[in-house]
Design a protein around this ligand. Sequence first.
Ligand SMILES: Nc1ncnc2c1ncn2[C@@H]1O[C@H](COP(=O)(O)OP(=O)(O)OP(=O)(O)O)[C@@H](O)[C@H]1O
Ligand SMILES: [Zn+2]
Length: 619
Amino acid sequence: MGRDRYPKQSLGSLYRQIKDSRVLMVGAGGIGCELLKNLVLTGFGEIHIVDLDTIDLSNLNRQFLFRHEHIKKSKALVAKESAGRFNPNVKIEAHHANIKDPQFNVDYFKSFAVVFNALDNLEARRHVNKMCLAANVALVESGTTGFNGQVSVIKKGKTECYDCTHKETPKSFPVCTIRSTPSQPIHCIVWGKSYLLTEIFGTSEDDSPELDHSEDSENLKELEKLRQESQALKVIRGSMGSEDFPRLVFNKVFKEDIERLRSMEEMWKTRKAPQALDYDKLSQEALGSGTAIAQQDQVTWTLAENFSVFVDSIRRLSSRLEDLRASSVTGNAPPILSFDKDDVDTLDFVAATANLRSYIFGIEMKSKFDIKQMAGNIIPAIATTNAMTAGLAVLQGFKIMRDELDKAKTVFLNPGKGLTERATLPEPPRPPKPDCPVCSVAQTRLIVDTSRATLNDLVEDFLKLELGYGDEFSVNSEAGTLYDPELDDNLSKKFPELGVNGDSFLTIIDEEDENPRVNLVLAISELPLPKDSKPIHLPEKLSIARKPKQTPAPSETNVNGAVTNGAVKRKRDADEAELEDELIRKRGKVAEESSKAIQNGDAIVLDDSADGAIVIDDD
Ligand SMILES: Nc1ncnc2c1ncn2[C@@H]1O[C@H](COP(=O)(O)OP(=O)(O)OP(=O)(O)O)[C@@H](O)[C@H]1O
Ligand SMILES: [Zn+2]
């Protein structure tokens, strides 16, 4: 019996089309492994995989294409090797690379019938969304968080794009809460991870997205003191590797800094004052506890045990950094160590220092296991959710292949009532938002001879003279604003000096009060043009619509309960808000509506406890 008998039977005429198609899968992690297996077994003729990461021990419980011997190898390459065995008729091409690399340009995206996202971060999802819009290729976007999953179809001009809806920014904490007045375990964990670890073994706390500096101006005096404390810690870094190093760090952060804080009586009128710790006393108490305790990650360590793990982990990290420094090449950036939830040395350090600080402030101490979840912002990944989501993604892929976009669905997967029942809630995709800055735009490719073209050529010659823009507009790259009526310093600069190269995108925002045009997105292609011609050339006809008149958008409540008004400029660009926040926002609605869907007989996935069969009815 041929391996393609069943796919042929169930897919009918679509089978041939699928066999001749080329699809792209971005991300080969939890969803990606399941998705690749589905694509290969369905018989998609050519599958490209892009993933930048290598395999980690913690991936193995659910990323079933990987085995222990694959740890540290490329996910994309191993996924190709493992899944290729399921169906040798399928051609798989694997790239161990970032999807944002310039080799994956608009033409590359154009070469696929469908793009499947199996990513885990907002930034990469936004990028693929933008590339698929530019290439006019359909994208199946998917994501999971614990028991919740979501699949949606994105097609230029037909459906909402990834950026049409607001994505929440990750949670950050005011600096003073973290550095001076912690009140919850998470505050101490962020302190251990984003302040102490980075100050001693990394660069500087200022880079951390978890620290919110927006209230800085209200606390200038305290912040000045905190800056001095950081400076003093930097001096202590100089004795890294010495026998005394753990004591020096300990006395600084768990004694002197705490005593200074405690002396600020105003601060402790309404809060419990912190209590400094004593190194010698704790080392006496810790004599019997040893370092093996660090392996017990489900129990809450005693104060003395936390002390032992602190001393041991700071020594482990110090010698690692010393070794890295000894082998680093002069001229390169000095080596640093940064937090990784799967790096046991950094995790032990963060767990122990967070707990010591919690003790000082009278906050509950936590187990290393709990700290790992909190420090890594981890919601456990559920293999079954990934598998179901990947299955739903392929079903949507079929509709795209059949050119039946009108039948495509945004599907929410969520835990139904109880543990055994699961349900999906399909909705028709929403239309594109007329004011979306990403998809409701005019878009074109622009050929630029970057060896000659200056920003002035673009602004004066191309935008004003050729396209008829007035005086009020701005030119923006991914790095920020390059030009607006108040910012003309860059006009004489050539494109590469502004960080704009082939396959960069520029967005032109018309800021005229009267009847402004929609945003214009220019996909730059680098090409030498004849010397006697202009250095910027528009290869295709372009028409730019006017922005729809603003009607005040209804207020909506975000995850954190803050009310935002859709008419106000959206807060954009956070690295890892991911799909999760959207899912959390929708979770309440899904739970409520899925029970309605059950009553109405709409599409549903039910785990039938009688015979274990799972029925997926997606239409
Ligand atoms: N810009 C990018 N280019 C290519 N691949 C990416 C990019 N960003 C993320 N990925 C990949 O997307 C995949 C997402 O998979 P998943 O959510 O299962 O994460 P993971 O890192 O495998 O697991 P976990 O984060 O739960 O430990 C990862 O393999 C990751 O390397
Ligand atoms: Zn959009």
